[in-house]
Design a protein around this ligand. Structure first.
Ligand code: FMN
Ligand code: SF4
Length: 442
């Protein structure tokens, strides 16, 4: 495992070498093709052109790269199943919606190394013989959309997009930017495709899967920004090297975004398999508490991820180790909270978010999240009564079991992790009739 640390804060980029995905940041103009090529850029696509398409997919499978958008689905397996699906045209879609609170890692790639993402999408275009790729960039990232547009124009002028790319007859491929619809649910892959098609950004019922019936009803690949940025690294450096950056089962590095009461806040690149404690406490990473107060809990992977507690910090930050501990890497977010924060009130805010962002298509998600929020508010304001902890648990599990998309299906994760590890903090609010000073401290 390499020790890879990179950081951005207030727009400043500080890189401690060696890094992998962020290695060119600060060394080149982000949209200059010639500077990108001088630093090894586009060597992944050049390597791909010397390989059989199935060989490219096998290399991605061997690299054990898990999708970086949240669900952690193996990218190689996704590519392989799309490859074997009949039907033309096939579309390539990059998910750059990044609407998950506490998550801001893709913006660093989009703004500072857009050509790496273009190269990843280009390799996908080549493998699937696609003519058209789309990148769906969060609507609020206006400046970044402009940077990305310039990168596309420059790649086109240099012959890396357009017709007969790199002199290969019939390798014609374009990338178009679509501005995000401004809702968290638009990041869900099927809602995102609806939004690109100009429809309301609501999730579709699956199956059929997007690999078969995707954009405009055609076979489609949807991957996250960071996943696409990993592809050229795998091809140019080889799957063995990529695996060495992480663990055997979780290849590569991971971008994490640390926020909250952490001393250092920003985006960092770490080798998968680094202990969670290092991510949060190491002086070159999170750096521990900013306030001097003890740290109380860590919301990991986004709003739909579980919450970790100090006694879990020896867990290794890999897809498998986190899962074994009931945690998840998710979107790469780590929100650090000190002991001044009431855990129950924090969960209440998480549900405010779900209520706001539910698209309303499924009744359990639309109404259930509202009922849970009301009950959590009873806890915070001193009206909760005996049996309400169990009611909370039942309702959130039912919403998750009966919802159609990942938003509703994940609403129970943060709450369940708190009930498993800190049930007494919820019970204390019943016995003390609402939060009194120190009611939540332990
Ligand atoms: C409510 C919701 C929001 C999501 N938002 C994003 C997002 O902003 N970016 C992203 O890459 N994936 C997001 N996802 C996950 C996507 O549905 C999909 O799994 C991902 O884009 C696939 O890419 P990957 O395999 O490379 O991770 C979201 C999922 C849900 C349920
Ligand atoms: S689970 Fe919620 S967000 Fe997802 S489709 Fe149903 S109502 Fe919409």
């Amino acid at each position: 495992m390499v020790n890879v640390i990179s950081k951005t804060e207030s727009g400043d980029i500080m890189i401690k070498q060696p890094s992998v995905l962020l290695k060119r940041i600060g060394k080149m103009n982000p949209t200059s093709v010639s500077e990108f090529v001088a630093l090894g850029g586009f060597s992944g696509i050049k390597k791909a052109l010397t390989m059989e398409k199935e060989e490219i997919i096998e290399e991605i499978i061997k690299a054990n790269v898990k999708g970086r958008g949240g669900a952690g689905y193996p990218a190689g397996r996704k590519w392989k199943s799309l490859y074997h699906i009949e039907g033309e045209p096939k579309y390539i879609v990059c998910n750059a919606d990044e609407g998950e609170p506490g998550t801001f890692k893709d913006r660093v790639l989009l703004e500072h190394t857009p050509l790496s993402i273009i190269e990843g999408m280009l390799i996908a275009g080549y493998v699937f013989h696609a003519k058209q790729g789309y990148i769906y960039i969060r609507g609020e990232y206006r400046t970044i959309q402009k940077v990305f547009e310039t990168a596309i124009e420059n790649a086109k002028k240099a012959g890396y997009l357009g017709k007969n790319i790199l002199g290969v007859d019939g390798f014609d491929y374009e990338i178009t930017i679509v501005s995000g619809g401004g809702a968290y649910v638009c990041g869900e892959n099927s809602a995102l495709l609806n939004s690109i098609e100009g429809k309301t950004g609501r999730p579709r019922i699956k199956p059929p899967h997007l690999a078969e019936v995707g954009l405009y009803g055609k076979p489609t690949l949807v991957n996250n920004v960071e996943t696409f940025a990993c592809i050229p690294v795998i091809l140019s450096e080889g799957s063995e090297t990529f695996l060495d950056y992480g663990t055997k089962e979780s290849g590569g590095t991971k971008l994490i975004s640390i926020s909250g009461h952490s001393k250092n806040r920003g985006v960092f690149e770490v080798g998968l398999g680094t202990p969670l404690r290092d991510l949060i406490m190491d002086e070159q990473l999170g750096g521990g508490s900013a306030t001097g107060k003890p740290l109380k809990f860590f919301h990991i992977g986004g709003q739909s991820g579980p919450i970790a507690f100090p006694e879990q910090l020896d867990t290794l930050y890999s897809y498998e180790d986190m899962l074994k501990e009931g945690l998840a890497i998710g979107s790469g977010a780590i929100v650090v909270m000190d002991e001044s924060v009431c855990l129950v009130e924090y969960i209440q805010k998480v549900f405010e978010f779900f209520v706001h962002e539910s698209c309303g298509k499924c009744t359990p998600c639309r109404l259930g999240t509202t009922r849970i929020l009301e009950l959590l508010t009873d806890f915070v304001e001193g009206r909760a009564k005996e049996g309400d902890v169990e009611r909370l648990e039942t309702m959130s599990n039912q919403v998750s079991a009966l919802s159609a998309c990942g938003l509703g299906q994940s609403v129970n994760k943060a709450l369940n992790s708190c009930l498993k590890h800190r049930r007494h903090e919820f019970e204390a609010l019943i016995s003390k009739h609402g939060c009194t000073l120190n009611a939540c401290q332990h």
